[in-house]
Design a binder for this molecule. Structure first.
Ligand SMILES: Cc1cc2nc3c(=O)[nH]c(=O)nc-3n(C[C@H](O)[C@H](O)[C@H](O)COP(=O)(O)OP(=O)(O)OC[C@H]3O[C@@H](n4cnc5c(N)ncnc54)[C@H](O)[C@@H]3O)c2cc1C
Length: 502
């Protein structure tokens, strides 16, 4: 079938990957690009909110690895959205490998403030073990079932040797600190437990140089800038897509039909799917007709997608040090290197590993962002805001020993119950491999099919081979799929030269 010269491209989802794809196509001269978005807003998991006068990020907060190699950093810099500090060579050159050198304050559930230096041996051991996971890169067989299994077993063994001269109380404290760090790692991976993370898969993620930075005026500023460069009316909001009918035969052109929830049917030459992996896991069977090929479906099932939520808490005044950047909570009854809570409805709060202090500290030093992952986090979503606030009040009282400290107000995210996301972000679940991410991004019909190629393309954070789970991964995936179409058309019509200046 001959491709039309001005193809109709429909993009499903107006998150950063969908916007990036549209942006690239429009810049390259494609005129019929349309985005269908289920909700009333652009940005998806980039969502800036407010707590009183404070800017908060309900979704993504950080540019991970803000340096020249990171296209998100370059975009934000070019739009003038970053603080001067983030632009310095020094900031860009910092190699933090996932762990920003934040100044911590440690509090224990017995109501004591701990000396950070006393906890350091636990942090060192934990970071050492995480660094050692790189030895499992590309290894199919190991004696360890997961990252959690490796860290737990090795930590137990090394702790017994290394800390044998310490007294029992100190040893227990250090073990509890390892549990705290495991819970922090659950947040980074949006997983219920590190026992669900594949050891070889964990090494697929590539960190970039640069100390993580935020958008002082909110992440959504990036979305606004990109959207302002798309033609007016490019996006149809409140238009959930119910089914993508691909591999249509007989009609000659517009091989794909997109069926919306309201019954509208839109024909297209190409459809770029950017819905989250959580949504795909839940709705793949109704979203595609005919169904997805088995290998693609299995990859959707094998890759992980879990929950990490934030609970912003505003106080009258800080109860932490002026230079503190992160508060770690050490739950004293958890010696056994655990990252799961047994009685979730009663003790979900025990999954809270800590808070980050909102920056810049001079403006927001009275606002904290609490982090909680896993099923405990999903349970938290079912509670009323008042109930969550009560639990946070109790928690702060328990850890500071001061019953007079009460939050002024709170704001929490609820990503698991968001019907268009169904969780927070993807992770390499036990059993998955690089091939699964390859399968995720493979267009339909797959190679070798006789039908028109590039009917359905796939972008979104969970389709990037090494930057999955991030905003920069989502941006690059959108560009990748746009480029696939641009080079397809420039090969069949050489006068259409893609503008690849972005
Ligand atoms: C709490 C949290 C913290 C995070 N922190 C960071 C961070 O600090 N740094 C970082 O780099 N990343 C972070 N991330 C991850 C980052 O937000 C995502 O990787 C990225 O925004 C994903 O973009 P996307 O375009 O792939 O998906 P999305 O932004 O989810 O966009 C998909 C869009 O598809 C729409 N959609 C779904 N179903 C349909 C349908 N049937 N029809 C039409 N539209 C549909 C959705 O409404 C949504 O707008 C965080 C995420 C969360 C949840």
């Amino acid at each position: 079938m001959a491709a039309s010269t001005d193809p109709q491209v429909v993009i499903i989802g107006c998150g950063i990957s969908g916007i990036s794809a549209a942006h690239r196509l429009v810049k390259a001269g494609f005129q019929r690009v349309r985005i269908l978005e289920a909700t009333e807003r652009s940005g998806g998991r980039i969502k800036t909110g407010r707590l009183g006068n404070n800017i908060t990020e309900i979704g993504a907060s950080y540019i991970h690895g803000p340096s020249e190699e990171n296209p998100l950093f370059c975009l934000a810099r070019d739009y003038g959205l970053l603080d001067p500090q983030a632009l310095t060579q020094e900031n860009q050159a910092m190699d933090v490998d996932e762990y920003p050198p934040w100044v911590p304050n440690w509090f224990s559930s017995s109501g004591q403030r701990l000396n950070a230096e006393h906890v350091n041996p636990a942090l060192e051991l934990f970071h050492e073990l995480v660094a050692e996971t790189s030895q499992f890169k590309n290894q199919e067989e190991t004696q360890w079932a997961s990252v959690g299994h490796f860290i737990r077993s090795e930590a137990r063994q090394r702790a017994a040797e290394r800390w044998k001269d310490k007294d029992e109380t100190t040893r227990q404290l250090l073990q509890c600190a390892i549990s705290t760090m495991l819970k922090v790692e659950c947040c980074a991976n949006a997983t219920h437990t590190m026992d669900k993370i594949d050891l070889a898969g964990f090494c697929m993620y590539k960190s970039l140089a640069g100390l993580d930075c935020t958008f002082p005026s909110g992440f959504e500023g990036l979305i606004e800038n990109l959207m302002s460069e798309l033609p007016t009316g490019s996006v149809t909001y409140n238009r959930p897509v119910r089914c993508v009918h691909w591999n249509n035969t007989g009609s000659g052109v517009n091989m794909v039909t997109v069926e919306c929830d309201d019954g509208e049917r839109i024909t297209a030459d190409h459809v770029i799917i950017t819905v989250p992996l959580g949504y795909l896991k839940k709705h793949h069977s109704t979203l595609f007709c005919p169904p997805l090929p088995a290998h693609k479906l299995h990859s959707i099932q094998r890759l992980g997608f879990g929950t990490c939520n934030k609970i912003y808490v505003e106080f009258e005044s800080p109860w932490w040090d002026a230079d503190c950047e992160v508060i770690y909570l050490l739950w004293k009854d958890e010696e056994d290197f655990s990252d799961q809570v047994s009685d979730i409805s009663k003790s979900w709060m025990k999954k809270m590993a800590g808070f980050t202090v909102l920056k810049p500290s001079e403006r927001y030093s009275h606002v904290l962002c609490g982090w909680i992952a896993g099923h405990e986090s999903e349970y938290m979503e079912t509670l009323t805001e008042q109930e969550v606030r009560r639990s946070i009040t109790e928690l702060v009282c328990t850890f500071t020993g001061d019953p007079t400290i009460t939050p002024k107000r709170i704001l929490r995210s609820q990503w698991f119950h968001d019907p268009w996301t169904c969780g927070s972000y993807s992770h390499p679940a036990v059993g998955c491999s690089a091939q699964d991410l390859e399968n995720m991004m493979e267009p339909l019909p797959t190679k070798g099919s006789e039908s028109q190629t590039l009917q359905v393309l796939f972008a979104g954070e969970a389709t990037h081979p090494c930057y999955y789970s991030t905003v920069h991964g989502a941006v690059v995936s959108g560009w990748r799929e746009a480029d696939r179409l641009i080079s397809h058309y420039s090969s069949i019509s050489p006068c259409r030269q893609p503008d690849l200046t972005l």
